[in-house]
Each structure stands twice: as structure tokens, then as C-alpha cells.
Ligand binder design. Structure first.
Ligand code: HEC
Ligand code: HEC
Length: 304
């Protein structure tokens, strides 16, 4: 099942829209932090929202790729959601068909074949589909849209994560196919270039450790190590900006920022330290690559 150009465009537009929504959320979050003691918003907001348009995707669902949703999915939740399916489906090996076919080992199988002679609709047979993860995701979003004339009179599961959860559960029943690797999607907050999608990036701590080599000129990272040109960064995630780091002398610029080092704040800081806090002592140009920033942040979080 390939996505048509229109679908793909809608997906991209959806991510772009999603990025915008995330950006809006983060901006108000930042405004909340920064605004706590000050009547005015900071001059530089970390997350520009200008230029994020929902063109072609107004109202489009903001949906992460199925691989990413599977990666964060929950089989136990999927089993609970499967209660909705039980009116028509059995799932254990060898169990009888009901209003719908038995679903043992369906993930990875051809659609509408076998299943103990279940009388599938011509509509579903005509699709000649294979139940891979993406196809199941599409089917469970809206069965009638997937196969107009299907006998499965079920409205579908609107929540994308719930679909992923139930697909994980299906997969655990007789299929156990390896899950696809999550896709790297461009970061929210990066001004979306023409045609580019904006969605959260999933960081990789191991990759981040390598990138951290750039930071080591100035920073130690293990608990108890001394400060260098920059402060020791053990346990920095979630800590106060320019808080107590073994007496490290922070610049007034960074001290004036307030707030805590959550993901969004770290991401903005590492994009351009001098832009985040004009006058900072951290003479580091920043990491322009959103994936690299996410990786480093994932690494920082492993250091308690
Ligand atoms: C009201 C009854 C009903 C409910 C509820 C229902 N289904 Fe179905 N399902 C069917 C029928 C009938 C078919 C056969 C469709 C056809 O032939 O067009 C089917 C087909 C399927 C297939 C394709 C099987 C194959 O071998 O090709 C899958 C997968 C599936 N359902 C999953 C689910 C899941 C997961 C749920 C719950 C989230 C669910 N269904 C809820 C009746 C139902
Ligand atoms: C050239 C030296 C240098 C490099 C390279 C450098 N930093 Fe820094 N860093 C500093 C200094 C100095 C400060 C204190 C800034 C201030 O007070 O304005 C700082 C502050 C920080 C803080 C805030 C700490 C706190 O307690 O508020 C974080 C987080 C940080 N750096 C992360 C990094 C990461 C991650 C890298 C690598 C991608 C990096 N830095 C690269 C010198 C550096």
C-alpha cells in the first residue's frame, strides 16, 4: 500500500500543522516560565510560529508515522482496546470465527484469505492487501474508507496511539513480526522549509554521547567532576537554569533567564546559546541540526 501523492502531501501538511501546534504549546510554556516574574515576553521566543501554515491540511489529523507510534506503544493497553473487537472477533489460535474472522497471526498475512473459510466481502478481497503495520493502521482508522463495502461494520479507532497499541497486541498473537524502526522527523521549532515536515525528533543517547565530544572542551558530565570553562552538567535535565553548579560563576545573562532545563529550553539553548541568552559566557555556536540536539539532550538525560 503506497501512499498517493495527495496522501503524502496531507501527511506532510499534517506534520507541519502538528509542528505548529507543538510550537504554539511550547511558546506558551516558555512564556509561562519566562513570564512568571516579568510582565513582558522575552525578545527572542525560542519557537517561531510564523510561516507555519496548514495549507492543504486544514483540519488534517496530526499523526506521527506508525513506526514511531508502535515504538512508544503499549501491548497491555492494546489488549484492553481489543475488548471493542471481541463482539465480532476471536484472537486465540484455533478459536472459531464469529461475525468477523479469527485474528490469530493476522499481522503480516494477506488480507481476506484463509481464516477457516470465512466469507470475506468482495470489497476487502478486491483490495488484495497485505496486513503490514501501515496497512492495518489505515484499515483500523476507517474500515469503510479502506474498503468501501466491507462487512466490518465498525467505525474505526480515531486515536492514532490506540490504533498502534491494538496493532501491537494483534502482532503479539501469533505474528511477532519485528517492529519497524521509528522515522526521524524534523524537529518542531525549526522553521519549516518549503515542503519540510516539522514534528518532534526522537533522540538517541548513544549518538548524543559522540556529539558531546564537542562539549567536553568546556564541560564535565559525571557527577562529582569539577567545573571547567563551563559548569559540570551531571543531572542538568530538569534543573534550574544557571542554578547551583558547585559555585560556578554564571553570566548575568543566563542567570536572568530563570526557568528550568526542560527539553524545549535545552533545545532552544543548544540551537544558539547567544540567541537564547545574549551575553552568555558559553562561546559555542550551537548545533544547527535538530536531530543532533535531540541526541545530545537524550544523552544529558542519561547522566543523573
Ligand atoms: C461489528 C463487528 C466487528 C467489529 C466490532 C470489529 N470487526 Fe474486524 N472484521 C469484521 C468483519 C465482518 C470482517 C470481515 C470484513 C470483510 O470481509 O469485509 C473483519 C475483518 C477484520 C480484519 C481483516 C482480517 C483478514 O484476515 O483479512 C482485521 C485485521 C480486523 N477485522 C480487525 C479488527 C479489530 C482490531 C477490531 C477492533 C478494534 C475489529 N476488527 C472490530 C467485524 C468486526
Ligand atoms: C567553549 C566552551 C563551551 C562549549 C564548547 C560548550 N559549553 Fe556549555 N557552557 C559553557 C559556559 C561558559 C557556560 C555558562 C554560560 C553562562 O553562564 O552564560 C555553559 C553552560 C551550559 C549549560 C547551562 C548549565 C546550567 O547549569 O544552567 C548547558 C546545559 C550547557 N552549557 C550545555 C552544553 C552542551 C550540551 C554543549 C555541547 C553541545 C556545550 N554546552 C558546549 C561553555 C561551553
Amino acid at each position: 500500500m503506497g501512499l498517493g501523492m495527495d496522501d503524502r502531501f496531507n501527511t506532510i501538511a499534517g506534520w507541519t500543522l502538528f509542528g505548529g501546534i507543538v510550537a504554539l504549546g511550547l511558546s506558551s510554556l516558555s512564556a509561562h516560565y519566562y513570564g512568571a516574574n516579568k510582565p513582558e515576553r522575552p525578545e527572542t521566543m525560542g519557537y517561531a510560529i510564523e510561516g507555519v501554515e496548514a495549507e492543504g491540511g486544514a483540519g488534517a489529523a496530526a499523526v506521527l508515522p506508525i513506526a514511531n507510534r508502535l515504538a512508544t506503544g503499549d501491548v497491555a493497553k492494546g489488549e484492553a482496546i481489543f475488548a471493542k473487537c471481541k463482539a465480532c472477533h476471536t484472537i486465540d489460535q484455533g478459536a472459531a470465527n464469529g461475525i468477523g474472522p479469527n485474528l490469530w497471526a493476522t499481522v503480516g498475512e494477506a488480507a481476506a484469505v484463509g481464516k477457516g473459510g470465512f466469507a470475506f466481502s468482495d470489497a476487502l478481497k478486491a483490495k488484495a492487501a497485505k496486513w503490514d503495520f501501515a496497512t492495518l493502521d489505515e484499515w483500523l482508522t476507517n474500515p469503510k474508507k479502506f474498503a468501501d463495502g466491507t462487512k466490518m461494520s465498525f467505525a474505526g479507532i480515531a486515536n492514532p496511539q490506540e490504533r498502534a497499541d491494538v496493532i501491537l497486541y494483534l502482532n503479539s498473537k501469533g505474528s511477532n513480526l519485528p517492529l519497524p524502526a521509528p522515522e526521524a522527523v524534523p524537529a518542531a521549532g525549526a522553521a519549516p522549509a518549503a515542503g519540510a515536515a516539522a514534528a518532534p525528533v526522537v533522540g538517541d543517547a548513544a549518538a548524543g554521547e559522540k556529539i558531546f565530544a564537542k562539549c567536553k572542551a568546556c564541560h564535565t558530565i559525571e557527577a562529582g567532576q569539577p567545573n571547567g570553562i563551563g559548569p559540570n552538567l551531571a543531572g542538568i535535565a530538569g534543573e534550574k537554569v544557571a542554578g547551583d553548579r558547585g559555585g560556578f560563576q554564571f553570566s548575568d545573562a543566563l542567570k536572568a533567564k530563570g526557568g528550568v532545563w526542560d527539553d524545549a529550553t535545552l533545545d532552544t539553548w543548544l540551537t544558539g546559546p547567544a540567541k537564547f541568552a545574549a551575553g552568555t559566557k558559553m562561546t559555542f555556536a550551537g548545533l544547527p541540526d535538530a536531530k543532533q540536539r535531540a541526541d545530545v539532550i537524550a544523552y544529558l538525560k542519561t547522566k543523573k
